[in-house]
Ligand binder design. Sequence first.
Ligand code: SRM
Ligand code: SF4
Length: 575
Amino acid sequence: MSNNNVVQTVLGEELGPLSDNERLKGESDFLRGTIEQDLQDPITGGFTADNFQLIRFHGMYQQDDRDIRGERTKQKLEPLHNVMLRARMPGGIITPEQWLAIDDFAGENTMYGSIRLTTRQTFQFHGVLKPHIKSMHQMLNKIGIDSIATAGDVNRNVLCTANPMQSELHQDAYEWAKKISEHLLPKTRAYAEIWLDGEKVEETDKEPILGSNYLPRKFKTTVVIPPHNDVDVHANDLNFVAIAENGKLVGFNVLVGGGLAMTHGDTSTYPRRADEFGFIALDDTLAIAEAVVSTQRDWGNRSNRKNAKTKYTLDRVGIDVFKQEVERRADVSFQPVRPYHFTDRGDRIGWSEGIDGLYHLSLFIENGRLLDYPGKPLKTGLAEIAKVHQGDFRMTANQNLIVARVSADQKALIDRLAREHGLINDEVSEQRKDSMACVSLPTCPLAMAEAERFLPNFVTQIEELLQKHQLPNSDTIILRVTGCPNGCARAMLAEVGLVGKAPGRYNLHLGGNREGTRVPKMYRENITVDEILSELDTLIARWSTERYTNEGFGDFMIRANVVQEVIVSKRDFHA
Ligand code: SRM
Ligand code: SF4
């Protein structure tokens, strides 16, 4: 499929000529391109032509700092090209030794000196210049970490509920997240050859699962342990909902077709919840994962990348048709969905005790940015903890970090280190813990408005509104801000979601729920921050006085008819 004059036809329907991304994947020699030559080229700090896209399959994005872009153009300099690296960490578990190595690299070899925890349970380095790229991969390899398939048209980092309290169930679920990740990884040796000086081999195995053109678009998978929906299943193409009997994992409910991105002004794009396909036994997990991926591989739209994700394939071919194809390919019949429910998505910040008698400290890391701030040396604090910690660390899909499996005799020491370095702060409000922003400016090339740098002050203003309307600290609103409609902070599953439109201007969405099972609807378009605050002032006042007992802000927005409920996204979201 490397010829872009070829028209793609699926189940008799013509979708159009293949996009240029199909050409570049097909011609890439299994993701090698000419990345190695570009790496040697000292004339530019960047990657050229197709390599700009191909490095994504190796877990890197080319970026430049947008704050200084204009100044460099004035000085007739090329943008200060660098890469952002995203590691592959199924289930987000990292050891103290690994942590110390990444801490060291971030401090010594990146432009920003930070480690950024992401909304998909891993970390990113921002600002790695060309001379450091290869040594970065070699450092990671040495400590048992890679960045394969954390970006590009492949199955991304597989998430797993970060709940160390139920240790046995968590361990089983986590093992499945790892197995699924391994099973769906690209089989090409390109990563080892380019970054790890691996031996050159002719590819004999032609990517049996992903195919030589890889997937039509990115693909996201989770393993979730109800009642916590911390991974936000409805943002993901494929979800395995753990079903346990007497604390033991017995199988999974499978949910397919979630995704949150849209494009401003294009009503063929929309955020969408995943659909329930049914229950499967544990032994069928990999076959089902593979069948969902291969169905999407063959039926996903390779002509229009904006309509290429699984959510659009389901809506195009029909949910039942897609499901039957998965059953046929896997030779497994879905059983009726087993009962489950979600209650919440947040992390339990602070200490908790697991059923195995070990302790876990969940740290709230604002925007996931670990850096030494004046008076708050967060990055140093974690390194100090890593030097003494005998358990592990767990990154959460809420950009937080758990110091997990702490023995009783280490608890006081770790608590002291965390407090001394500002990692525990009893003043942080519950509202702040329920707020999240994507990276956005200055590193994200797609950002239309601020998000990470905007959120902290904005939360202070929301805290003031909650106080003004006499709401206690425990009554919060799930608030998420993304700098553009791609939705990286999952604003499209928030009670209040702000979506960047232009500098200082956002679309205001309302009506998601606390469990993350409803997409919020647009209430006001392209408004300023003052206008947002004024709207929220009125709505929070009403919530405070008119709500039923324990009624969440998003639920109240629907009941009070402030916005219509989005039930079927394709029909309701833009209506
Ligand atoms: Fe994302 C693109 C950051 C989670 C939907 N995302 C980007 C890029 C790489 C911009 C780019 O393409 O050049 C951003 C890099 C910014 C930077 O400087 O770091 C970026 N996305 C992030 C992270 C770091 C946000 C964060 O604050 O933590 C998250 C990294 C996750 C990870 O570790 O893998 C991140 N991105 C998400 C999520 C949330 C999720 O998966 O739970 C979504 C919405 C869910 C979904 O996929 O529907 C998301 N990111 C996108 C999209 C839209 C995809 C689409 O369906 O159209 C893009 C743009 C694209 O792919 O074309 C994008
Ligand atoms: Fe960038 Fe948009 Fe994702 Fe924010 S939502 S990180 S602005 S792509």
